[in-house]
Write a protein that binds this ligand. Sequence first.
Ligand SMILES: Nc1nc2c(ncn2[C@@H]2O[C@H](COP(=O)(O)OP(=O)(O)OP(=O)(O)O)[C@@H](O)[C@H]2O)c(=O)[nH]1
Length: 355
Amino acid sequence: MNYMPSSSSLAPTPTLAVLGFKKQLVYHLHFWAFVAVAPLVIVQWRQDHFLLSWLLVFFCLNALLVIAFLRFRNTYFLKGRLFPLLAVVCATYSTSINGHAGLYWAYPAATALFFLLPLREAIVSNAIFVVVMAVVSFFKFPEADFWRITFSLGLTCVFAMVFAWLVGRLQLELTRLATTDPLTGCLNRSQLADILNNQIQMRERYERVSSLVLIDLDFFKTINDQWGHLAGDQVLKEMTLRLRKRLRESDQLFRIGGEEFMIVLPETRQKDADTLAQQLLTGISARPFLENINITASASVAEVSQGETWSIWLNRADQALYEAKSRGRNQVVNAPRYSQDQPPETDGEVADTVS
Ligand SMILES: Nc1nc2c(ncn2[C@@H]2O[C@H](COP(=O)(O)OP(=O)(O)OP(=O)(O)O)[C@@H](O)[C@H]2O)c(=O)[nH]1
């Protein structure tokens, strides 16, 4: 149970990876839209379509600002909302004055909406867009074209919607797979630093105290040796169910090692966390697992202290867990408070591997 820095702890979390993906998508859509639309400003100006030309200037300026904000500030300019609005207005207006030449832009505009807006907003915006385009085409083109345009634009929207919806689901599924342990469904270590850091910030900024509990099954190796690895897996699953049953919705349960679990308890003082840990250990030892496997667990409790880092907090809990094991197991040990004058001995700065 040695918490040492490793290069993998510097890798972005799955959630950050998804956010990074979204930023790249927005960045590229604005960049390529700018490249495609900028020449049209001159084309439309030369054709004396001054209003459309100005609209396209706004579109290009917005694209440049979004690109600049993403690159230099890592934020979205006006939340990225102007692109869809301007794209739809330009495509509609261009169709009304340029006919088919303007209509062709309606298709990329409708598709882009699904990648830039939340799905529901994109569906509503595109439904309105298709209706408006249908009205414009009804007055602008022969009836046969009106039907073709309305159906082909509607179908483009449906395809884009299905694709965007599936990409969204895929992102959620990949995040879930990357952040949870496949055997127990508990959170894995990928977001551990972020979640502990959040609790530390709540402590520093708002004096809101949280605690963490480490629970480690005792002599788990003998379960595997005696009953087999599959039975060991079943015990871990049932252990998770027993822990979850007693926890609150806001508590976060991690499996941070083979038979070691960590629970983050927001808004919970050491004393209450200790009571909870005692109850959890009772819940484990009171009834046999898989009908006849009796097992106990050891636990430690640590309330977050002013001025400590997440790794010191976790190390304090870890050392207390060692203490519980060496005192004979099947008990809870409270970690001593962290003091900036006398920091507790730690094995290293960053928790990344647990044995
Ligand atoms: N079935 C199963 N066993 C696992 C899994 N992950 C780790 N283990 C086993 O858990 C055991 C942990 O053994 P130890 O670290 O010696 O701990 P212990 O036997 O519980 O002893 P103490 O913690 O000192 O009480 C090892 O035999 C690992 O192979 C898993 O996902 N499934």
